[in-house]
Design a protein around this ligand. Structure first.
Ligand SMILES: NC(=O)c1ccc[n+]([C@@H]2O[C@H](COP(=O)([O-])OP(=O)(O)OC[C@H]3O[C@@H](n4cnc5c(N)ncnc54)[C@H](OP(=O)(O)O)[C@@H]3O)[C@@H](O)[C@H]2O)c1
Length: 164
């Protein structure tokens, strides 16, 4: 079985994905979707994203990139390079779960993106560029309206054109 990387993230209309080490919005259905799409799979993440969780997420391996050779934490498999992360992750589906620094490193290796397109602008300190139509084809889309304080959003699956 080959190794297949996919990225999963939620991005606001102005490109924001994080603020003060957290998500800027609270969309419970999106957290459930994240759980469903990552359950049982190894997850690659940056040290800052790992530290944004109150505790490790059940049922998934946490492969954490850091440059700090002294860093460790309960529930984290610590790695220090892209190559080491890929080796430790092994075969099959591997979820790249952020944040921005880690998406920048691994996006070129991802064949699929599971995007939650949040249709509202947020203040934040961590951003992602939009994906280009030339590189990515939309292969799935579900739209949800605003509800109470929650913004409208869409789940969008994108597949790398060269991998289609
Ligand atoms: N909206 C979403 O879907 C989503 C998803 C994930 C995260 N987020 C948000 O994004 C923010 C965090 O993102 P971020 O970009 O600031 O941080 P990050 O990508 O989570 O982590 C960055 C850290 O990763 C390590 N790192 C980066 N490049 C490396 C390399 N080449 N080799 C080894 N280690 C490397 C470094 O750790 P050391 O400093 O320890 O060396 C660096 O400080 C938070 O606000 C979080 O809530 C949002």
């Amino acid at each position: 079985m080959a190794q297949q990387l996919f990225a999963i993230y939620a991005r606001a209309a102005n490109g924001v994905i994080g603020k003060d080490g957290q998500l800027p919005w609270h969309i419970p259905a999106d957290l459930k979707r994240f759980k469903a799409l990552t359950m049982g799979k190894p997850m690659l993440m940056g040290r800052k994203t790992f530290e944004s969780f109150p505790k490790p997420l059940p049922g998934r391996r946490h492969i954490v990139l850091t440059r700090d050779t002294d860093w460790n934490a309960d529930g984290a498999e610590v790695v220090h390079s892209i190559g080491e992360a890929l080796e430790v992750a092994g075969e099959g589906d591997v979820a790249v779960i952020g944040g921005a620094e880690i998406y920048a490193l691994f996006m070129p290796l991802c064949s699929r993106v599971e995007l939650t397109d949040v249709h509202r602008a947020y203040e934040g300190d961590t951003h992602m560029d939009a994906l280009s139509d030339e590189e990515w084809a939309v292969t799935g889309r579900e739209d949800f309206p605003a509800e109470g304080d929650q913004p409208p959003y869409s789940y969008v699956t994108l597949t790398r054109r060269s991998a289609a």
